[in-house]
Design a protein. Structure first.
Length: 203
């Protein structure tokens, strides 16, 4: 059919996403992106616009794939926030251990390279990170935690999750990453238990 794209857009996006994920925005050259997707520069620009626009589309695709996994994990234990957080970290650890994808996290890597991004891309990265934190915050919300304590705990879990990606890229072993998660989950469970106990005593 005349004018019809002669390539699988989703497959091309997945390949481009992996280039940004593996190389980082600055080092993801158009040549690398073209080789990965099988598209020439003209086709890349025609299909996705600029490199910045392609990058943001890849960020959205990444966030959609893993965001859905995070949401399912957090929603699986509506009455057990500590267990939900454990499942949340399980998604990150499974991704890190998956040999079929690059190491680390595209969002974490992109955040660390913010100075190389334009304003629109920096804003997109920040928004996607904020969305991840808000997912965690919603899962941790219990009546016994006030807003400040809830914000602090959600930020703590979110920060540890991002650190797992950075540490994995630096070669930290899976065993050590699991130790970080285990201690974090214990801290979360103890914090929630203390909040409930304090609320009970105050009645």
């Amino acid at each position: 059919m005349s004018g019809r794209k002669q390539f699988d857009v989703d497959a091309a996006l997945d390949r481009a996403m992996r280039v940004f994920w593996q190389q980082g925005y600055a080092d993801a050259s158009l040549d690398l992106l073209g080789t990965a997707t099988g598209l020439g520069r003209g086709s890349l620009y025609g299909a996705f616009g600029s490199k910045d626009a392609l990058f943001r589309t890849c960020l959205d695709r990444y966030a959609s794939i893993y965001g859905a996994q995070y949401e399912r994990a957090l929603a699986a234990y509506p009455d057990n926030p500590a267990r939900a957080v454990e499942a949340f970290f399980g998604v990150a650890l499974d991704r890190i251990a998956d040999p079929a994808v690059p190491g680390g996290c595209l969002l974490a890597q992109s955040a660390s390279q913010s100075p190389t991004l334009n304003a629109d891309s920096r804003t997109r990265v920040r928004a996607l990170l904020d969305k991840q934190r808000e997912r965690v915050r919603a899962a941790l919300s219990i009546p016994e935690l006030d807003a400040k304590a809830l914000d602090d705990l959600a930020t703590y879990v979110f920060a540890v999750n991002q650190s797992l990606a950075v540490l994995s890229r630096a070669g930290t072993t899976g065993a050590d990453l699991h130790s970080v998660v285990r201690i974090t989950c214990t801290t979360v469970a103890e914090t929630l238990a203390r909040a409930k106990a304090k609320s009970t005593r105050g009645r």
